[in-house]
Design a protein around this ligand. Sequence first.
Ligand SMILES: [Zn+2]
Ligand SMILES: [Zn+2]
Length: 394
Amino acid sequence: MERTALQHILEPHFLWFHRHPELGFEEYETTARIRELLAKTGAEILDLPLKTGAVAKIRGRGDGPVVALRGDIDALPIAEETGLAYASEHQGRMHACGHDFHLTALLGAAMLLGEDRENLEGTVKLLFQPAEETAGGAKKVLDTGALDDVDEIYGLHVAAELKPGVIGVSPGATYATVGAFRILIKGKGGHAAEPHQCRDPIAAAAQIINGAQTIVSRNISPFEQVVLSITHIEAGTTWNVIPPEAFLEGTIRTFSVEKLNQVAERLAQVCRGAAEMGGVEVDYSWQVNTISTKNDPALTEFVAETAKSLGFPVGPSTPGMGGEDFALYQQRIPGVFWNIGVGSPQVPHHPGFIADPAPLASASVLLAALAQRALKRLSGKNQSCSKTEVFEQL
Ligand SMILES: [Zn+2]
Ligand SMILES: [Zn+2]
């Protein structure tokens, strides 16, 4: 199929998905539409215990190796402010992270691969992942065992800062290790006129906030990338009462679990110091929500070469402190998470984020080519290990 013809088919689907955003694990309409469109490509939809999302496979010649392509499908609890003619029809929900683009591009890849299945030297699994934003989707998919036989995996994400159609890909980590912490400060409330009779949790919260702001600047090497943000604070009800409790939460982001542990431990010390100083009790807890993505260097080269051979402009991807649960697949399966430019005026997760649909077919072509060529390379590898060839080499 011609790229322009494919673009013509995909655009109306993309607009439909954009108008109908659904949150993680609630992507029922989205999933029904995906299944309907997949059925037309000849892909076989696997029967899995997934309420939303889907995994389908396209089987080429013989058993051969298996390559997975992943697109996520969920939206965000954001009220859209793009003014687009095809803006969200679901109040307070928006495809503000381009997952509508990813899933439409993956459907396009299914169409291309379905058409050309005789030239497929193995099986392609098409993974429409639910709930990426809430970070539970990848685990859910892995738990089904649907990816147990996968040899390599490729996924895409739109990039606001890249011009439409530009491919960004870099080895190593480009999405962060994301941690979340919660701090509950228990003091003793009372009359604002008699602070000496109280143990003020607000004063202690202020100590913790100030202390936390020195961790990155005073305890971390300037050559390391770390972010610590306190994003939520709650305490008190009125002007003349010292409340008994205060609550803080926030996030730590970096590129390794070890570094995250180090920062989280330092924050624990800050909390202990504030507790001692203010005579309050501080309950501090934290967890790793998402690990960093990790692009296999050789496969990164393979993606860049494939993209160049198809005539795409290719550059490095811009690392960011956002998290991506594609990292969970990469923990088990070698793979690459690459970017495609959509030239948005605003960053993802902003109510004004707009993904230009123009490079949809290009994304599909690259996804399909990656699957096709990876299968070819992998089946070549398998053959060279076969007994007859080893015998002939001797
Ligand atoms: Zn997102
Ligand atoms: Zn995203």
